[in-house]
Ligand binder design. Structure first.
Ligand code: BES
Ligand code: ZN
Ligand code: ZN
Length: 474
């Protein structure tokens, strides 16, 4: 398996120089509702009013992302409309710069950290399977007035997000459960302990639900256990991520449209891996454990059936009433395993239900918490990261939808409140505080957006990192 890396198409550097004196061949000039920044004003004065004249002449208003390139004897200038959100500004700018061919660009760092993060996220591309597009020229962006430490932090965070996106974008014939485990093993180089359990070990442990989902595939499952334990860590966080490298639905087969993006059904696991990589790079002072039950949900003569009764690691039995509700089965065993390992609190991320997408759309993840304080902590962290989450209730009245005549539980309720019954199902397998993020909507973008192209978004990585940062301060 190839090495994973942060492509160097756009490099970011903190710089002392200001816009007015900088020597870069392209200068970005911020405009907000028709107004220049003080630095932009100074530049305009130096240029004898050239910028204002051009703005008036072209009817340039400085709406978010609006841009105008001026090539003058005095140099090249890119007038650029600021977004309310500096991350989105950075992301949009990176996408515009990717289309221009200036090797060096000078940018005034207004809000340095979110701007830097946005630029890096916006510069992401996934083109390793395209024969064209190979000879891209690198763009060096100089952030004037930025704190070099903030730029370095943004790079380390982006590295984790890039990796999570790459893992989601890799096709399912390449990113098999074994390949995902292989990718996880690369974290050893960053001081993370990685343990990979094969089918025999998974069976010996008694993960009957996970194994049942996996048994229809020719590609064997892997259980991935990660541990990042920096010296002196006083807090601990346990992460669980859904790891379906492909979800066909099994015998409850998905239609083509529903199946087409199911390579992304390991996005929760990818977020766990990405966050652990960034946490290790940043040296965050919190112990982090991560668990991913990686497998494929396929159809074959060996595949699990509707009506099968499975014995989970927790001891509870589950009657399968829909083979497409497979994520919760793999997660039941991963969650029980996390608790066995001594988890104090668990944050779990999964592309779990279409129902969460119906409820909240493509941009907002559903948040479920078995304990309020822990729920609020994650909600706050997501807000800071600019990742949108919204709480839904773990409504106990719906618990009866999961009653089975033959087993302790069945794996689906009815159509109504599907995201909630899925969350209630997960909650059956843990006693410590659990936050479940259903990221089925925001994990995979159907079209390009301010912070990146269509495909994997890396949703969750930055929320996890903010949770860890919060715990590190306690
Ligand atoms: N992986 C899907 C959920 C999903 C749907 C993720 C759309 C991303 C986009 C999950 O395994 C699934 O199929 N869930 C079923 C559950 C149902 C059978 C109770 C669903 O949501 O339809
Ligand atoms: Zn499914
Ligand atoms: Zn799934």
């Amino acid at each position: 398996m190839r090495a994973w890396y942060l492509p160097g198409v756009i490099t970011l550097h903190a710089l002392e120089a200001t816009l007015a004196e900088g020597k870069a061949p392209l200068k970005v000039v911020w405009v907000k509702k028709g107004e220049l920044t003080p630095q932009g004003e100074a530049l305009d004065v130096r240029l004898g009013g050239l910028l204002r004249q051009a703005m008036a002449g072209a009817g340039f208003k400085g709406e978010a992302g609006e841009n105008l390139l001026l090539s003058t004897p005095e140099g090249h200038f890119l007038l650029f409309g600021l977004d309310e959100d500096p991350r989105a500004t950075g992301g949009r700018l990176a996408q515009v710069l990717g289309k221009l061919s200036f090797p060096e660009v000078l940018v005034e760092a207004l809000e340095a950290y979110p701007l830097a993060e946005g630029i890096l996220l916006g510069a992401y591309r996934f083109d390793r399977y395209k024969a064209s597009n190979k000879e891209e020229k690198p763009v060096a962006i100089q952030l004037s007035g930025a704190n070099p430490e903030e730029v370095e932090r943004a790079k380390k965070v982006a590295e984790g997000v890039y990796w999570a996106r790459d893992l989601v974008n890799e096709p399912p014939n390449v990113l098999t459960p074994e390949a995902l485990a292989e990718a996880a093993l690369s974290l050893k180089a960053f001081g993370v302990e990685v343990e990979v359990l094969d089918e025999g070990a998974i069976q010996a442990l008694g993960m009957g639900a996970f194994l049942a989902v996996a048994q229809g595939s020719e590609n064997p499952p892997r259980f991935i256990a990660l541990r990042y334990a920096p010296e002196g860590a006083r807090e601990r966080l346990d992460l669980v991520g859904k790891g379906l490298t492909f979800d066909s639905g099994g015998y409850s087969l998905k239609p083509t449209e529903g199946m087409a993006t199911m390579k992304g059904d390991m996005a929760g696991g990818a977020a766990v891996l990405g966050a652990m990589k960034s946490a290790a790079l940043l040296g965050l002072p919190v112990e982090i454990r991560g668990y991913i039950a990686a497998c494929e949900n396929m159809v074959s003569g060996r595949a699990y059936r509707l009506g099968d009764v499975l014995k989970t690691l927790s001891g509870k039995t589950v009657e399968v009433m829909n083979t497409d509700a497979e994520g919760r089965l793999t997660l039941a065993d991963a969650l029980a395993y996390a608790e066995r390992q001594g988890a104090k609190r668990i944050l779990e991320l999964s592309t779990l239900t279409g129902s969460a997408v119906v409820a909240l759309g493509e941009e907002v993840a559903a948040l479920f918490a078995t304990e309020e304080t822990w729920g609020k902590q994650v909600e706050e962290a997501a807000k800071k990261a600019g990742e949108k989450v919204w709480p839904l209730p773990l409504e106990k009245a719906y618990r009866e939808k999961l009653k089975s005549p033959v087993a302790d539980l069945k794996n689906v309720g009815d159509r109504n409140g599907g995201a909630i019954t899925a969350a209630l199902f997960l909650a059956e397998f843990v006693t410590v505080p659990l936050v479940h993020l259903d990221i089925a909507g925001p994990a995979f973008a159907k079209k390009a957006h301010a912070l990146g192209p269509e495909g994997g978004t890396g949703f969750g990585v930055r929320t996890i990192l903010n949770v860890v940062q919060g715990l590190g301060k306690v």
